[in-house]
Design a protein around this ligand. Sequence first.
Ligand SMILES: [Fe+2]
Length: 331
Amino acid sequence: MKLTSVDKQFCTDKPDVFPAVVVNPDDCASVAESADYIRHHKAVIEQQLARSGAILFRGFPLDSAEAFDEFTASFGYPNFYYKDSLSNAVRINFTERVFTANEAPKEVEIYLHNEMAQTPIYPDKIFFFCLTPADQGGASPILRCDLLLDALAQANPELAAAFEQKGVKYTTTMPGENDPNSGQGRSWKSTLSVETQTEAEEKLARLGYRWQWQQDGSLKATTGKLPAVRTLTDGRKVFFNQLVAAYQGWSGVREHHQDSLCFGDDSEIPKAWLEEIIATAEQYAFDVEWQAGDVAVVDNNLAMHGRRPYGGETKRQVLVALGAATDNIPA
Ligand SMILES: [Fe+2]
């Protein structure tokens, strides 16, 4: 397998680039041949992904949700089904494995985050597939979480140590009904895969949440202590959380962040620290400028992702499939 360089690719001081880029070597003329190519190079792809955190596959003949489904299946990861996740975004399924990335309106930015890091259940791998790029904008920024943590620890050791030692808790409100116009519009029934309030409470208790029913039928829930910094199996420490997206993107959080975000011991996170994390994260982001047919595989443990706003008449279509680590499949 041969790696290609692209413009503005992030070069670290380690022997890897971010993201790694693989261009179709011209011998993959069909979806089946593309899937064979992945199976044949599985070992080196795995190695590259573990080091770099993201691989962009460009120029492969993929032009439908079904083709993307077959391509992702060739990697052999266990499925992480969106319906079983605790994600709070409204999405639409194309195949059992493939769904829309986020139904939020085009002018809305989805800020950098590790997928589902605000819940105790998150996917291991994320596949993005560009069916149709936007006319303007619509790139997906990605960010290496170990580089972000290194930068934060260097500039503000107290900040890095506090997040590592204390962890974080997130408070979200799940509406009574789906609201596709919100980045967090998934109803509590859908989010928790339940039908009744009793079932919802049982599930939340099992997952370590505390909760409060609201007058309008929505459900306010606070996680138990979740990690903000994790140590990966290779020893790298990563800033793994939802802080940037929650602070900037969740409704009302920028104004009253203490209602939605706190340290794992319930103490307040300084606002200035959240601002510092956001400014640092932006410096390390690489924008994946989508071309039709592109697939990006992101290691969710090592890299954050987001979505830039976009414009124009064309409907941007970026689809997603998720892979589970065998030890973290939703119950
Ligand atoms: Fe996401």
